[in-house]
Design a protein around this ligand. Sequence first.
Ligand code: F6P
Length: 380
Amino acid sequence: MPPTIKRLGILTGGGDCPGLNAVIRAVAKTAILQYGIEIVGIEDGFQGLIEHRVRPLHLRDVESIVTRGGTILGSNNKANPSRYCTGRTETGEPIWEDVTDACLTTIRRERLDAVIVIGGDGTMACAAPIAAAGVNVIGVPKTIDNDLVGTEITFGFLTAVATATDALDRLHSTAESHRRVMVCEVMGRNAGWIALTAGVASGSDVILIPEIPFDLKKIADDIEKRMRGPRYAVVVVAEGAKPLGGSQVIGRYDPTSPDPIRFGGIGNLVATKLGELTGIETRTTVLGHTQRGGTPTAPDRILATNFGFHAMALIASGKRNRMVVRENNIFSDIDLFETVGKQRLVPIDHPLIAAARAIGTSFGDGAGSITPKPIPSALV
Ligand code: F6P
């Protein structure tokens, strides 16, 4: 351990996800038990760093939290220090400020030698100016969307897939009983990893992801074919999926957020149009935040624990401004700044898409089987 590292801060940023507490526990226990480092929890993500709201973390604080959903520290997906909404307005428009200095003041006052930020692309982007100002920031990749660059997997994703798969399985049996088309909207803003993976796991008939714009008439044709056989169909649609030549459906707009747009509503739209085109009864289920809540699955607890341990190993080896990653099942790290402003989308020739097409799954584009590109990507 570099002698300079005596006190560490840790925060959870962005939308919560299962496994955050497992990372906090792994970091705190490794810091205290292996290196004798003091650890300080920053409350509510960057909001707590801006407002100097921190509390010491002792072993007793992280006892038994590996199974707990959410984050004991609280999180926030609106507080971006370099574009912070003051709450004041001018001619009706919100006033924004750069409050990075307030974060640096908290870090200096708390004598933090490094800060571990657990979050997605937005959190890494929020952390970059703080790292650029000279603070050692170590990132841990979190998001149910699984869309961070540099890592084949983020923790939280597999739990969300398990939740979505369970819901889709349940929709199958009721779809069959009533000979209906069941449309299920899952999360995934620009990346369709949850829809793709849960769709394949549940044997869904149609999978709609943002990376492959869909044609409703082609989906209707595929469903009509199914009506001649099993006579029911299950469609899984990512919230960010869009029709060919159309746009994503905005469900919510918050002008006081630096990330103001939330998608939502595509499930209803697809169900209504398919009902009109086929004359078959359709229903919509929106899984929403159920995918982010609750206890992490065993693989996510293990992934989160490994990420936390590796984050501490980076600090112990004196590395600066890195994000922990897993590639080809091996833990390593990349430059934190490299992650900013990028997203890892589903390659349209991903082997799982090829496998799904081969077994007759529709992606709403009318395409048949394709030859997969060899992409070493472990989804589980
Ligand atoms: O990025 C994670 C995520 O869960 C997305 O899948 C979803 O679009 C978004 O966050 C929802 O954010 P909020 O909790 O602000 O509604």
